[in-house]
Design a protein around this ligand. Structure first.
Ligand code: NAD
Length: 298
């Protein structure tokens, strides 16, 4: 099977490397030449353009920054829709708005090309280890067609529903994660400000009704857990600005469906404020540093 991979950034690079490792014939392209060279060094075939990579491909995977890049790659001037073969499958794993995913799916379907949106959860570490979670939108047939390729890059493959459903499920999850991270940070800081030990308070909440994923796997207070970004100056992990992007997509989706998401909106404002203070490149658990005791003498 010939696979084209477009977008070899922080996520796409290691994902494409895992496809090579799994024995697929992978043709790669990125606007950054060095990224293409790095993959060629691992056994992929370097393509000179996206069109060159797409020629003859049975499956094309894209991992691009945002919806406008994905729409333009497939449906823009001289887009890939005119160069992919009839019956090919496109897997777009970028995190984009559901509407863009549906527009691209429709544009490709008109030419007999299958499409699934398959955004991921698991971050750069999951991409490197091949343990990503894929959340797929598309028909049953398209889901089954994509599965063997996705299994070479991830561990959990979910079928969320029709086109766009993968993107909607992904941003619902990340909106909830942001709210949990803000709430957990606030609670831990309140305890600290009142003389509690963060380890003791975390242990208590882990066994109580406040228990949640951020306490179990990603404690935001430095020193409570060893191998998490909070204990490494909030470096690595999932960047504040990427969480802001996902919250922006969640708010756009809520507006379109007339849904009320007050806590998501508040989390979006808090993360925007946090980014403004120079924290955009830090891990999203650094929101912990936004909270604290006011100076009572002022
Ligand atoms: P990135 O900026 O590191 O990589 C994007 C790559 O796409 C870049 O190398 C860029 O040169 C390339 N590119 C852009 N337009 C192109 C075009 N027309 N043709 C070829 N290449 C093109 O971003 P990333 O961190 O790899 O994220 C990619 C996607 O995955 C985003 O949608 C992001 O929201 C999502 N995501 C990221 C993470 C994470 O932790 N980094 C986690 C989950 C999901």
């Amino acid at each position: 099977m010939q696979i084209a991979f477009i977008g070899l950034g922080n996520m796409g690079g290691p994902m494409a490397a895992n496809l090579v490792k799994a024995g697929f014939n992978v043709h790669v392209f990125d606007l950054v030449e060095d990224s293409v060279k790095a993959l060629a060094g691992l056994g992929a075939t370097a393509a000179s353009s996206a069109i060159d990579a797409a020629k003859g491909a049975d499956v094309l995977v894209s991992m691009l920054p945002a919806g406008k890049h994905v729409r333009s790659l497939y449906l823009g001037d001289d887009g890939l829709v005119a160069h992919l073969k009839f019956g090919a499958l496109v897997i777009d794993s970028s995190t984009i708005d559901a509407e863009s995913a549906r527009i691209v799916a429709k544009g490709l379907a008109d030419k007999g090309i299958d499409f699934v949106d398959a955004p991921v959860s698991g971050g750069v570490a999951g991409a490197a280890a091949g343990t990503l979670t894929f959340i797929v939108g598309g028909s049953d047939e398209q889901f089954n067609k994509a599965k063997p390729v996705l299994q070479a890059m991830g561990q959990n493959i979910f079928h969320a529903g029709g086109h766009g459903a993968g993107q909607v499920a992904k941003i619902c999850n990340n909106m909830l994660l942001s709210v949990l991270m803000v709430g957990t940070s606030e609670a831990l800081k309140l305890g600290l400000d009142n003389g509690l030990d963060a380890n003791v308070l975390s242990d208590i909440m882990l066994q109580s009704s406040g228990c949640n994923w951020t306490l179990q796997k990603y404690n935001p207070c430095p020193g409570v857990m060893e191998n998490v970004p909070s204990s490494h100056s909030y470096q690595g992990g999932f960047m504040v600005d990427l969480m802001r992007k996902d919250l922006g997509l969640a708010m756009d989706t809520a507006k379109q469906s007339h849904s009320s998401t007050p806590l998501g909106a508040l989390a979006q404002s808090l993360y925007a404020m946090h980014s403004l203070h120079g924290n955009g490149n830090k891990d999203f658990s650094s929101i912990f540093t936004l909270f604290g005791q006011a100076d009572s003498n002022k």
